[in-house]
Ligand binder design. Structure first.
Ligand SMILES: [Zn+2]
Length: 221
């Protein structure tokens, strides 16, 4: 293989997308070519980026492309071609994972995976849908611990200008699941985080309760 051929294959090489023969030829070339090894080093963050994409299949492709390009090294030379080719492959794979652009999420929607805080086992998703001057927020959680009588879970949005905004309170069913819908003022881009707390006393408005799950809301939504 020539260096140029190898550059076209590097994205597939990093992501395990080559045939056995292409993989072997590319590896053989990399063993004897310092330039192509340098190109490879620039692409080694791509599998991690792809994992990120796989966890957020509802991300619109345009914002994903921006993030892939932002994460890639600055263009310096024709090596940029290898990075661009790999970025295009990541976007194509992400589109396939999310069912392709034609079956992707409707415009103005976003789904976040909610991560448990330390010491908690709950997980789930928050799906946002813009509807005019409101944002609908559907939260689905599992693995919630049972609550004492009078206690509730509470969902929050962080608005950097004004502080926490309560979406509302809810209790899980006996299997530790909850599916609840709330609305918030649009646009979603005014909020930076969504999180859920366990509130020991529903009558106490103070916000000093443990966070159960949380996730950052991407600023480019
Ligand atoms: Zn080479």
């Amino acid at each position: 293989m020539t260096c140029e051929q190898v550059r076209h294959h590097l994205g597939g090489y990093v992501l395990g997308g080559l045939s056995v023969a292409e993989q072997a030829d590319t590896r053989a070339h990399l063993q004897r070519c310092r330039d192509c090894r340098d190109d490879l080093a620039q692409l080694e963050g791509l599998p991690r980026l792809l994992d990120l994409v796989a966890q957020e299949p509802a991300q619109p492709p345009a914002s994903l492309r921006d993030r892939v390009v932002a994460a890639a090294p600055r263009p310096r030379s024709k090596r940029w071609l290898a990075v661009a080719a790999a970025a295009a492959l990541v976007i194509a794979v992400a589109a396939a994972l999310s069912g392709g652009p034609a079956q992707g999420p409707p415009p103005g929607s976003l789904t976040l995976a909610l991560r448990p805080s330390e010491g908690f086992t709950a997980s789930g998703t928050a799906a946002f849908q813009a509807t005019g001057d409101r944002v609908r927020v559907d939260i689905a959680l599992q693995g919630l611990e049972a609550l004492e009588r009078g206690a509730t879970y509470e969902a929050w949005l962080a608005e950097p200008e004004r502080g926490p905004v309560s979406l509302g309170r809810f209790r899980p069913d006996t299997s530790g699941r909850a599916e609840v819908g709330f609305t918030a003022e649009a646009p979603l881009s005014r909020y930076s985080w969504l999180w859920v707390t366990a509130e020991p006393d529903a009558r106490d408005p103070a916000h000093d309760s443990p966070t159960v799950v949380r996730e950052r809301i991407p600023g480019d939504w």
